[in-house]
Design a protein around this ligand. Sequence first.
Ligand code: NAP
Length: 249
Amino acid sequence: MNSRKTALVTGSSRGIGAAIAKRLAKDGFNVAVNCSSENSAKDRGSLVVKECKNFGVQAECFVADVSKYDQCSNMVDSIIKKFDSIDVLVNNAGIIRDSLLIRMSEENFDLVTQINYKSVFNMTKLVGKLMMKQKSGRIVNVSSVAGISGNIGQFNYSASKAGIIGMTKTAAKELGLRGILVNAVAPGCIETDMTDGLSEDLKEKIKAQISIKRLGNPSEVAGVVSFLCGPDSSYINGQVIVVDGCLAI
Ligand code: NAP
């Protein structure tokens, strides 16, 4: 039997997910890292695993495309085999395929909603069932300010992130009865591969709208997720915590 609790962070080979995985390792969780391909696992996932292990916990990278229910199910089985339980689930995996609505392809609408949104159904159903048997657990969903305020060029993305807020509130009501807390974080503009492609000009315009005049770091989101997975948030359920340096009010 493993004496440590286990956290599964989807999409944790890089960016915000990697920061969350490392922070939860620092907090003492064994960590299941996840990414979408073997190449990513070899390349970046293995590095995150190594960095988690530096905190003295166990960690392993599991490859699964979280938009596919069967792959999620196989991943959950493998994690249980390795770690015995999943006590924390962070639904973080996400992508963007931005363009104005009238130019957006059906393919890019479907791809973004499947990976960002359907994945949360897949993982919450599978892991929620296990947590119900355990009568405990924490789930944190990574939404976005785009899901609260909308954003030009992100019809698909903002739909997926708004949907995550609805799923968070419903899951909080259904699973709260069984001792499972479900909350969301809604980051603003955070420096990762996802925002790397923005032009310097656009980054400056975004910074100008943020009261503290800078983009966020992945570790600043990870700190809030850590709080939502820890003992000090035991009376918080169904909430969305905005982490955006005051961009969205
Ligand atoms: P990122 O640097 O692009 O990393 C995305 C992560 O998701 C990678 O680990 C990637 O794994 C994984 N992923 C993508 N598709 C997947 C799939 N089908 N199955 C499993 N894993 C998959 O992005 P990020 O900026 O850290 O974003 C993380 C989350 O925060 C996303 O949900 C994003 O929408 C949200 N967010 C980001 C920002 C921001 O400004 N950066 C703001 C608000 C919300 P691979 O290595 O295999 O591709």
